[in-house]
Write a protein that binds this ligand. Sequence first.
Ligand code: F6P
Length: 402
Amino acid sequence: MFNIAVAQSGGPTAAINASLTGVFNGAEQEAQVDEIYGAENGIEGIINDRLLNLRSILMDEHDKQLLMTTPSTILGSCRFKLKDWHEDDSDYRKIAETFSRHNIRAFFYIGGNDSMDTVMKLHSYFTEKGIDIKVVGVPKTIDNDVTETDHTPGFGSAAKYVAATLQEIIRDSRVYSIPSVTIVEIMGRDAGWLAASSCVLRANGEPAPHLIYLPEGEFSPEKYLNDVKQAQLRYKAVIVAISEGVSAGNGVSSEIVDAFGHKYLSGIGKWLEEYTKDHIGCKVRSIELNVMQRCSSHIASLTDLLEAERIGREAVKSALVYGASGVMMCFHRLSNNPYRVEITTADITKIANQEKKFPREWINQEGNNVTVDALNYFLPLIQGEPKLEYRNGIPIHFRLDQ
Ligand code: F6P
């Protein structure tokens, strides 16, 4: 008998707890697994030996059901970059000590491309030192920018929230007789997947957002003004979706960076609001969806949550049944209609610190919207709604502090 550990790193999503549930479920099915530990704040919790015994937290099916639909992560997260162990192995030694102290033989790290750097480095360290601990990555991020996998858990729910919220913004923007421009800034760092996913409204006959701008396309403020003016010839209330990573050469992004050197983005929408007011002069409003798009469980995608659970469960099987390590679990899409995916693994060195960009061929010729191929890719990921439990009219979240 031995124990396993799971942790989460990077920005929250609506589906991480579902993957955590999946790892837990997978481990429960393996007879050789005794304790299932969750580390607080990602790898920091392993370094500092802050482990929670998940068997004493997830007591029954109801707990697990509630956890599945609770956004963010009950374990907390981190943005922590391990040093190269050839230069400084002090944290690696602490990690190995924690694992040895608790008889942990497999570690599952739920995260995005930066977190996969941790999986890669740990696997390399353990292999080099002859330590038999399996390290497997479980993808997650609303940015959907992880290579080798068709999509990432968390993205479908964020996309569903963004589209549903945009639809409400569209309803609101049409009430007056005067012309207006509404600019909605959407997260995604340097990849435009989430902003692009706002195109799904088209499937229901909604032409807005009329303009969609992504970091993968060319953006010029002058061309943007022209696009808006053209759109105003047809629509009284013009809706613009813009990815936070679009650069207008305006210096709005912050100089503050995280541990992986990524700039904290936000502000392009506000900047465009002023720019549009100055040059077009109609009613203009900018809206930043901000963190709401990461953790909205009240309109999560059931497909996303079920896949997140499944990929967590499969990760445990890969490590404990097939002996996999130094890999990340991936979705491989078999077909769009009916939507079918299989779960595979990919070598972590192909994933860590890489970025999967939105395909340029899915951006229209004018550079201000996306094609039907994008629509077909997104639609299956937002299907279905989980059944939520409510108390006093508010969805109940699984919390450790109660
Ligand atoms: O998790 C991805 C992401 O939400 C990006 O879209 C965003 O730029 C970034 O994280 C901001 O993260 P935080 O403020 O949590 O560091």
